[in-house]
Design a binder for this molecule. Structure first.
Ligand code: BG6
Length: 515
């Protein structure tokens, strides 16, 4: 499905989609191999793909990190983590086979000699294990480590593959903190790898229901004709978490909810909901349509920001009945921190399809429930027949549940059984779990397989990332401006954010959906 210069092989059997690419045997080199992401997500994801029989048998993992450690010690450490974090229970016979393909390479990130020995080791792995010279470099490190790693990979000649093989790089977020830093990061990445070789992770795109948005919209003929401002009244996108900052203050203090979640994950979801049908399912055809949406987001002037964006920060409160501290009392957070842990926005997409449709986005930590969903609220039936009484009928709402309990539901009106004529809203509900009888893979499983297959559809392209920052930057700038600075409103942990977020919708005669 990729339009890159590399041609992915296709496997007509995989997932029933003839265009689906096949993962090729390769070595996955993980920089930051002893970090949290590797232990919680990457190795468990690779194990689960192996357990599902989807991993090419020769696939090999090389963990690259600073601390001295043997292959055996690294395997043991990863086994413990995988037993803890894996989606499926770890089976000894599968783990033992998988572990034989896991190796450790010790080096400082800035030490050229460590990359020379890595190159030699990868050659040897190719010969012994049949990985065909294919390399996938995963940068699971803080952005300030990107430059030395990429520079050294290039100097060791590892950024280029030999004839018939490939070399790719996966870059983790945060991808910059504003447009200028994102451009700088892109410049650094492209000194070693071309755009075709670069896979920028946005793990929300790997979530099953996020992928299903395009299927819902473009594999069903009934939705497309009504997916526009004539029929859609407004759209809401919510990503709520009960978790707080969870020991990540070092990163989060400099990020905040807008940079951490909206610039990437939520704008990506918005693109999938708002984009036009692509000409084909190629990675670039889909990303071409998505980037048009980011470009069409109406830029807000300074005086419009306070009217359309509400920032909040959690104060002490309770989650599931248990008291929790306020953000400013969390470890590593400044006592007078101005970082937002909640943000609500009203945005507009200035294109033909959704020109008159407000889109409300809300994201927050320490909210009463965890859940991510998109809801499309359709215009009411005309005020005649059943809808002409004093109490008007509810709107039809299509809810796309990204997590948990992935699925899609449609709210509509039905007559209550009985002799009286009472109309009540009811739900048609599709749940992945019950309809397909199997659990959805984790986002990282899908994304790793795609990168091994050369399918960049679910990865953010350079222009998407930069355009998203161009939209976000003025909002961030307004919050640090000297004059007319919009407020930062407190909300008790365990509440649905500051009252001002409710007022944002109340002014339009609307309310947030309860999850
Ligand atoms: C990450 C953010 O990208 O996404 C976190 O940095 C957030 O702050 C997380 O908690 C949410 O992802 P998920 O998959 O747990 O919903």
């Amino acid at each position: 499905m990729s339009k890159s210069s590399e041609t992915p092989q296709t496997n007509p059997l995989r997932e029933g989609l003839a265009t689906r690419a096949v993962p090729q045997a390769c070595t996955v080199v993980i920089f930051g191999a002893t970090g949290d992401l590797t232990m919680r997500k990457l190795i468990p994801a690779l194990y689960n793909i192996a357990a599902d029989g989807e991993l090419p048998p020769a696939m090999t993992v090389v963990g690259f990190a600073r601390r001295p450690k043997t292959d055996e010690e690294f395997r043991k450490e990863q086994e413990e983590a995988t037993r803890k974090f894996s989606r499926q229970t770890v089976r000894d016979e599968i783990w033992n086979g998988f572990a034989q393909s896991v190796f450790y390479h010790q080096s400082e990130f800035h030490d050229a000699a460590g990359y020379k020995s890595l190159a030699e080791r990868l050659e040897k792995i190719d010969q012994e294990r049949g990985t065909g010279g294919n390399r996938l470099f995963y940068l699971a490190v803080a952005p300030d480590q990107f430059e030395p790693i990429l520079k050294n990979l290039k100097e060791a000649g590892l950024n280029k593959a030999r004839e018939g093989s490939w070399a790719r790089v996966i870059v983790e977020k945060p991808f910059g903190t504003d447009l200028a830093s994102a451009r700088e990061l892109n410049r650094i990445v492209h000194q070693a790898f071309s755009e075709d070789q670069t896979y920028r992770i946005d793990h929300f795109l790997g979530k099953e229901t996020a992928q299903n948005i395009l299927v819902l919209r473009f594999a069903n003929a009934i939705f497309e004709p009504i997916w526009n401002g004539r029929y859609v009244d407004y759209i809401q996108i919510t990503a709520a978490e009960t978790l707080g900052v969870e020991g990540r203050a070092g990163y989060y203090e400099g990020a905040g909810a807008l940079r951490d979640m909206v610039q990437n994950h939520l704008l990506q979801l918005l693109c999938l909901v708002a984009m036009e049908p692509p000409t084909d399912l190629g990675a670039d055809s889909i990303r071409d349509e998505k980037v048009k949406i980011v470009r069409s987001l109406r830029r807000m002037k300074q005086d419009e920001i306070a009217k359309n964006v509400v920032r909040g920060q959690y104060a002490e409160g309770a989650i599931n009945g248990k008291p929790v501290p306020g953000y400013r009392s969390e470890k590593g957070v400044k006592p007078d921190s101005k970082t937002e842990t909640f943000v609500a926005l009203r945005v507009r997409v200035d294109d033909w399809r959704l020109a008159d449709v407000p889109i409300y986005i809300r994201v927050g930590k320490r909210l009463p429930k965890s859940g991510t969903e998109i809801s499309v609220h359709f215009k009411k039936a005309p005020p005649v027949l059943f809808n002409k009484e004093a109490v008007s009928l509810d709107q039809n709402v299509l809810v796309i549940r990204i997590q948990p309990d992935e699925g899609i539901s449609l709210r509509m009106q039905a007559k209550m059984p009985g002799t009286s004529f009472r109309i009540e809203p009811v739900k048609m509900d599709f749940h992945y779990g019950t309809s397909f009888g199997k659990a959805s893979p984790e986002a990282y499983e899908r994304l790793l397989l795609d990168a091994m297959s050369g399918d960049a559809t679910l990865f953010a392209r350079r222009d998407e990332v930069e355009e998203a920052w161009a939209f976000i930057d003025p909002l961030e700038e307004a919050w640090v401006a000297k004059e007319n600075q919009p407020g930062l409103f407190e909300y008790p942990a365990g509440s649905w954010g500051p009252e001002e977020a409710d007022e944002l919708l109340a002014r339009d005669g609307r309310a947030w959906r309860r999850l």
